[in-house]
Write a protein of this length. Sequence first.
Length: 272
Amino acid sequence: MPREVRLRRVEAVVISHNEFGEADRLLMLYTREMGKIRTLAKGIRKAHSRKAGHLEPFTCADVLVAKGASFWIISQAETVKEYARIKEDLVKTGLAAYALELLERFTLEEEANAALYRLIKDTLERIHEETDPFSAIRHYELRLLEQVGYRPELFHCVQCRKEIQAEDQFFSAQHGGVVCPRCAPLTSQLRPVSMPALKYLRHFQRSEYEQSRQVKISTLHRSEMEKLMQYYLAVLAERKLNTPDFLRRIRPAQSGIDQATDAGSTEEPAEG
């Protein structure tokens, strides 16, 4: 039998943390090498702790972990990348927290996925760098769903399988995609989706990030896309997501994710 590995060096993003005992902290990490792992950082809350500054939220770190009885124990930590602008902006903080909440909800522990690790790192970098992170979040949602096996069907009706026509449609979270107007009367729990919003989502689904971020989308359609994706993700997660409510409370009406890149201007992606 192969010998159990009890000491691992991993690159990790901090997903969440909770206080534990008088001076310790439990941290959920998403690692490149092992996927999601529960860890314990002993003494991290003491004033002289060397690990504290390297294991903050929205930080990527090189971490040495040892296998414990219930948790991986963090022995060493060194910052690889600190996304400082996220911490300085409340809206960016909310968006990054949303991305990490989805990662925690849709992944299993100790199930490595290098592509998903690259995705969350790239997304945090985009939120950190971009003045307007709307495209970064929508791109992330669709790529995350693809990675975990819940890619929504946006090109064909999930009931009759016919290609979607250029008209307003419906969306079924339970069936995992678009329902055409002909099949809608026979399908329950539908949400309407306008053709422009659907075109943008289709464009984001099939395009690389740099192509996605070039498209200018009105405030109205941004809001529609956001609500539809959050609805679908909440149904899949089988519980309410926490961060969307936080974002609605702290986000001004015309900032970040809600404001059009060019006020009143839209540029629809080419179909085909």
